[in-house]
Design a binder for this molecule. Structure first.
Ligand code: C2E
Ligand code: CA
Ligand code: CA
Ligand code: CA
Length: 277
């Protein structure tokens, strides 16, 4: 599973433990994986805390490796970046996520999907048009998609990031700032960007139930976000105490194992059916 270091950033462990040969083989396998449809998506619901219903679902990539079984992002994403294959992975994930959204819509129960975009997606200046075409091809409106970007996406090349966000947002796609609080961007800087929501990093959410000061920090961050007209999502909600506190603080959405782990779409459908009775 994804590990975090003290600053909350993900530390990606490579599949191999540094042997050149294994590494080369893994790179080879990655290319094959992208060509042969070995990537699968799991979906985790984001709950609307005021209505108590599913607001959207986040698509999280897994690699269904032919011999090693199901691999998690911390086992292969670093290598994807190194091998310059992130563009291909993002395309695959977007395609699969929107196929699933189309499937849900055609069953008369539309669900918004959130897709993670790495900072390296910034090299793709045509991203907004590409995404627009993908939505259109599936008869989906822009409201079917949320894009989750991290602060390094925003900080890498500010002008470029802003330009891409303005075009995405202009087409109606919502933008979420992931892992909020772990990077260096200030709320003052975010205020001037076309974004819709902040996703408070789980490292701030985990200690809430135990530590009143951690809870107070979350409460005031929610107020600050609201003051700027942004929605707040809390991730990493693992118990009822944290869930109840977030409701009390007026947090908009929450995501976490307490409600539901990331699961294949069919399993999510069952979870939603059981919840709605
Ligand atoms: P993230 O975007 O911050 O996603 C949240 C991670 O926290 C997910 O790990 C999720 O399974 C996990 N999580 C959710 N609720 C809880 C909880 O209550 N407790 C705990 N301990 N963990 C929880 P996952 O699926 O292993 O993904 C790790 C990271 O990999 C993601 O962090 C994201 O940065 C990256 N990632 C995943 N899928 C994609 C993708 O399609 N594209 C890109 N570029 N990155 C992705
Ligand atoms: Ca995310
Ligand atoms: Ca996150
Ligand atoms: Ca994260």
């Amino acid at each position: 599973k994804a590990k975090s270091n003290n600053s909350g950033h993900h530390v990606y462990r490579s599949v191999d433990n540094s042997h050149g040969e294994t590494r080369l083989r893994t790179l080879q396998e990655l290319r094959v994986a992208l060509e042969n449809d070995q990537l699968v998506l799991h979906f985790q619901p984001k709950i609307d805390l005021s209505a108590g219903i599913v607001h959207s679902v986040e698509a999280l990539v897994r690699w269904n490796h032919p011999t090693r079984g199901l691999l998690f992002p911390d086992q292969f994403l670093a290598l994807v970046e190194e091998a310059n294959l992130m563009h291909g992975l993002t395309q695959e994930v977007l395609r699969k996520a929107l196929d699933q959204a189309q499937d849900w819509a055609s069953q008369g129960r539309p669900l918004t999907v959130a897709v993670n975009l790495s900072a390296s997606s910034l090299v793709d200046a045509d991203l907004p048009e590409r995404v627009g075409a993908m939505l259109k091809a599936r008869d989906l409106t822009a409201s079917a998609l949320i894009l989750e970007i991290t602060e390094d996406f925003l900080m890498a090349d500010r002008d470029r990031a802003r330009d891409i966000l303005v075009r995405l947002r202009g087409s109606g796609i919502r933008i979420s700032v992931d892992d909020f609080g772990t990077g260096y961007s200030s709320l003052a800087y975010l205020r001037d960007l076309p974004i819709d929501e902040l996703k408070l990093d789980q490292s701030f959410v985990f200690p809430m139930a135990e530590d009143p000061r951690a809870a107070a920090l979350v409460a005031s961050t929610i107020d600050l976000a609201h003051g700027l007209g942004l929605r707040m999502v809390a991730e990493g909600v693992e118990n009822a105490t944290t869930y109840d506190e977030l409701v009390r603080y007026g947090c908009d959405y929450a995501q976490g194992y307490f409600m539901c782990r990331p699961v294949p779409a069919a399993q999510l459908d069952l979870w939603i059916a059981a919840r709605t009775g």
